[in-house]
Design a protein around this ligand. Structure first.
Ligand SMILES: NC(=O)c1ccc[n+]([C@@H]2O[C@H](COP(=O)([O-])OP(=O)(O)OC[C@H]3O[C@@H](n4cnc5c(N)ncnc54)[C@H](OP(=O)(O)O)[C@@H]3O)[C@@H](O)[C@H]2O)c1
Length: 260
């Protein structure tokens, strides 16, 4: 949706559940939960994006990042040489590294590993940085995590607790990896797919919002990290293609596991 200045408007889930035009405060766009940009203006200028996890989601986000002019430093749990095929596909703006190196190199860092491994993410190299958390909880894969079973916490809050000096933003957790590179559309496209963010740092959310928009999707802000449960596995918005209005409805309709 665009406002009267032809600027793309992101949506905040709370308050009215209606889209509200944001206002540009400065480049960091600190107004609570909202961000907008002027049509055609640059979104996130060339950045180095560190990606920890090079599987289905990590490799797809790497493709989108390179396509949009960013540099990528990507890691898996093994030797960087095991990523030579992916790096060759990504081209000269990508290189493989260890997780620590990818974290250190990234201005924005994506953590996209099986949740059971989140405590292995290096802390110090990510200090002060925007960290995107794509992770979901599958007990059959991740083992049981008490705070998630009893719903006293969320996946992104666990990562934030592990990375206390980073600014964690939940994003890209409810879209299938394959859809990332085929469902993006230019800003302003009719019925454009929307993706949810959640986070406690407004500037970090604005940065991630711009990146998501650049990658081809509208953004719906679910609020703080603790609201990330509204887009967790088995909620209405988890998986299907939704535009911003429908996704806001899905967030509102989400039920805790205990109430399902
Ligand atoms: N697949 C989807 O469509 C999808 C969609 C949204 C969200 N997610 C979530 O996003 C996360 C990643 O999913 P995925 O499907 O991309 O997983 P995946 O295909 O299994 O890939 C996982 C990647 O994480 C790496 N890894 C594991 N432990 C690591 C560590 N300690 N340090 C560095 N790298 C490590 C793995 O490296 P190795 O190969 O060396 O083991 C692999 O590259 C999961 O939490 C998942 O639930 C997945």
């Amino acid at each position: 949706m665009r406002n009267s200045n032809n600027a793309v408007v992101y949506y905040h889930f709370f308050a009215s559940h209606k889209p509200v035009a944001g206002k540009i405060v400065n480049d960091s766009m600190k107004w609570y939960g909202l961000a907008e940009r002027r049509a055609g203006a640059s979104l996130v200028s060339m950045a180095t994006i560190g990606i920890i996890g090079a599987g289905k989601i990590g490799s797809q986000l790497a493709r989108l990042a390179v396509k949009n002019g960013h540099r990528v430093v990507i890691a898996n749990s093994r030797e960087p040489a095991t990523l030579s095929g992916l790096v060759a596909e990504l081209g000269p703006n990508a290189r493989a590294a260890t997780a620590t190196e990818a974290g250190a190199a990234g201005e924005i860092v994506v953590v996209t590993v099986p949740l059971k491994n989140y405590r292995a993410i290096p802390v110090e190299p990510l200090a002060g940085k925007v960290v995107i958390d794509t992770n979901n909880y599958y007990p059959q894969r991740d083992g049981h995590i008490l705070e998630l079973d009893n719903e006293s916490s969320t996946t992104a809050e666990l990562l934030q607790a592990h990375l206390p000096t980073s600014k964690v933003v939940k994003a890209f957790n409810h879209i299938y990896a394959a859809a990332l590179t085929v469902e993006g559309q230019p800003a302003g496209s009719k019925n454009r797919r929307a993706l949810v963010i959640a986070g406690d740092d407004q500037a970090a959310k604005a940065t991630v919002s711009r990146l998501i928009d650049q990658f081809g999707f509208d953004v719906v802000d679910a609020g703080p990290l603790k609201e990330g449960w509204r887009i967790q596995r088995d909620t209405p918005g988890y998986g299907p293609r939704r535009n911003a209005a429908d996704l806001r409805r899905d967030l509102a309709a989400a039920k805790r596991y205990a109430d399902q």
